[in-house]
Design a protein around this ligand. Sequence first.
Ligand code: SAH
Length: 241
Amino acid sequence: MTINTSNHAASNVDPSEIQKFSDLAHRWWDPSSEFKPLHEINPLRLEWINNLAPLAGKKVIDIGCGGGILAESMAKKNAQVTGIDLSEKALKVADLHSLESGVQVRYEKIAAEEIAEREAGQYDVVTCMEMLEHVPDPSSIIRACASLVKPGGKVFFSTINRNPKAYLFAIIGAEYLLQMLPKGTHDYEKFITPAELTQDIRNAGLIVDAMKGMSYNPISKIYSLNQDTSVNYLVACTRPL
Ligand code: SAH
């Protein structure tokens, strides 16, 4: 892992958010831990990404990669993957896991905006999952993703919608009733509607290709991708040539 010591462009970060993830980081790869939902949704999002942007041989960057669940799984599809985050602990866990699994990923502690200046236009695919709802200015991250991707390349985002149902499911349901996530994981105010996200995406010069909802059935305990974007959702975009 490379640790970037410059503070340049690192102002778009909420230190309490980084602390929250750092405190739990040692459990990142425990599939029954607080990160269980990320383990369970990973095959779904990975297949969706790989269908729209076949990963083999591609240069990929995962923004806000955490312990590397998605990053490693994309590397297993034979992509050349870089993962960045601002939680040093999460990146250490990611590095250690990659050593154990033998699946190579380049991890770096650096802000999205900063690597976007350094490595503009170098990536075939950019992913930024479950991260925008934890940053002060998501539009700045979206612009960074747009500059990292090559013309013709793909960018994928996922986040949580903001409406009464999302409050009920993502906070009351997931944190209080089902206790799938620690209380305080998510802040309702930071949820992002599809209209807001697609506006930011267009302002960043990307074109929205597709949107999918992701729902959890508490009875069957199964996640699925569908057309219901009212709570969790994913967006695929292209940078025009
Ligand atoms: N994308 C991963 C992890 C999601 S958890 C996945 O879906 O599996 C959210 C991650 O965003 C955490 O690892 C947290 O440290 C990171 N994060 C929060 N704010 C950030 C910021 N400003 N810059 C980079 N990473 C950030």
